[in-house]
Write a protein that binds this ligand. Structure first.
Ligand SMILES: Cc1cc2nc3c(=O)[nH]c(=O)nc-3n(C[C@H](O)[C@H](O)[C@H](O)COP(=O)(O)OP(=O)(O)OC[C@H]3O[C@@H](n4cnc5c(N)ncnc54)[C@H](O)[C@@H]3O)c2cc1C
Length: 408
């Protein structure tokens, strides 16, 4: 495998698993990540362990990222985008890297820049100890980059790690094969009758994960108080014929059960109710976990109708009682929408670059013919899947690439 090089698009669990297996086989790997921080969605999840590990998989991204960062054959480029140039035997790419405003070798993650910055969202925080630097500057929000009106972060940094005049970089690279591991996006539930985007205490499960990661417990976005009653609504945007999203997102039932259990463990005063169509449990251990969890949280087999505001920034929810078919109303302090996995934003550009097709539901589908050209896919870009499956799919794509490289 000497001198063979593979380009991996996306640094989630799938892309990192592929990169590690390729590197172990002696292949040089470039991993290109569009976002400022590597690790994909997985690195933003909280560990759901209560008394023991509950096998949520949240540690998988950090584990793979830590190993990838140390591997001499893996080059990880965050804040980067690629453009294919022509193919003459090997794939040729132009990689554009965002300016490195914060020097990772100097930043000590003290957070002073974050505290001093007057523009909300201009300094973005990492979510893992593997994120070096732990902070990044948003080109869209930073006031210096807009009109040079603020240098608070640079002036306050005790390590002189910030260079607001850093320039973007461009480089040309070549690869013998490509693995597309661009992951997924999530459904934005604005068109559902749940008041998302109107009521601050209606959040997606992704936003709940961010609250937990940041505060270690659940707080209401409206006033940072602890909610007394939380409702989860499952299948928001998936298994939905009106939207044409017929797929089950596969991660959300397990994720909601584990989240509900974790909340009950850390904040026992909170009552959690889960509204569901049916519980889709995947994996060897989740069935027994489900049975146990069912005894601790209230579960109602019904998909709620509307949500209205009630007193004290609360939320009134209507739903059909599955036993009596009566319409009921109930108050909650926080409502969590378990949203669908969707094809990743920006997939169109990748499809065009490699002349690929989507499958009917919008995810990526690769044929034998694309494999013969040295193009492979891994992870949730090919369809909804949980972390362990994304990792296995990354390893599979690495193996397919190695077989291709041996014959190419
Ligand atoms: C709220 C929530 C909770 C979840 N909880 C669980 C759980 O408890 N257990 C579980 O097993 N799974 C869970 N999942 C699912 C899990 O996040 C996915 O299975 C996993 O992230 C898929 O990994 P991936 O590498 O395929 O994609 P991703 O994690 O999405 O990684 C893809 C990466 O590719 C990058 N990318 C995309 N396009 C480009 C491009 N053009 N150029 C460069 N980079 C690009 C993205 O920025 C991203 O970093 C959860 C998901 C959500 C949304």
């Amino acid at each position: 495998m000497a001198e063979k090089r593979v380009l991996v698009i996306g640094s989630g669990v799938a892309g990192l698993s592929a990169a590690l297996d390729l590197a172990a086989a002696g292949v040089e790997v470039d991993v290109v990540e569009q976002y400022e921080f590597a690790g994909g969605q997985g690195i933003r999840l909280s560990c759901k362990a209560t008394e023991t590990c509950v096998k949520c998989g949240a540690c998988m991204a950090g584990d793979r990222l830590g190993r990838a960062l140390k591997h001499p054959r893996i080059r990880l480029m965050t804040g980067s985008s690629i453009e294919a140039t022509d193919r003459n035997g090997r794939f040729a790419f132009q990689i554009r890297r965002k300016p490195e405003f914060i020097d990772p070798s100097k930043c000590n993650a003290c957070g002073i820049c974050y505290k001093q910055c007057p523009a909300e969202g201009a300094i973005i925080q990492g979510t893992s100890g593997h994120h070096r630097p732990f902070f990044a500057i948003s080109e869209k929000v930073c006031l210096y980059l807009k009109d040079k009106s603020c240098t608070a972060c640079r002036d306050s940094c005790p390590m002189s790690a910030i260079n607001l005049d850093a320039m973007k970089q461009t480089e040309l690279t070549q690869a013998d094969a490509v693995i597309v591991a661009a992951g997924f996006s999530t459904y934005r539930p604005y068109e559902k009758p749940y008041g998302y985007g109107v009521f601050p205490n209606v959040v997606t499960n992704q936003e709940l994960e961010a609250i937990l990661k940041r505060h270690g417990r659940v707080l209401r976005p409206s006033d940072h108080t602890e909610p007394g009653r939380i409702a989860f609504i499952q299948c928001v945007g998936s298994r939905d014929t009106k939207l044409g999203h017929l797929w089950c997102s596969t991660y959300c039932c397990g994720s909601a059960l584990r989240l509900a259990r974790l909340i009950g463990h850390r904040q026992p005063q909170i009552q959690t109710t889960l509204f569901y169509i049916d519980i889709q449990t995947f994996g060897r251990t989740i069935e027994s976990y489900y049975k146990e969890t069912k005894e601790k949280i209230r579960m109602i087999r019904s998909i709620p109708g509307d949500i209205y505001p009630s007193e004290n920034k609360g939320l009134k929810m209507t739903y059909l009682d599955p036993m009596t078919a009566d319409t009921l109303q109930e108050d909650f302090d926080l409502i969590v929408l378990s949203v669908a996995m969707m094809p990743p934003a920006g997939l169109e550009g990748i499809l065009k670059m490699f002349h690929l097709d989507r499958i009917a539901d919008g995810f990526l589908s690769l044929s034998e013919d694309t494999a013969r050209q040295g193009i492979f896919a891994a992870g949730a870009v090919t369809g909804p899947m949980p972390l362990a499956e994304a990792a296995a799919s990354g390893s599979k794509a690495a193996w397919q690439s190695i077989c291709y490289l041996k014959t190419a």
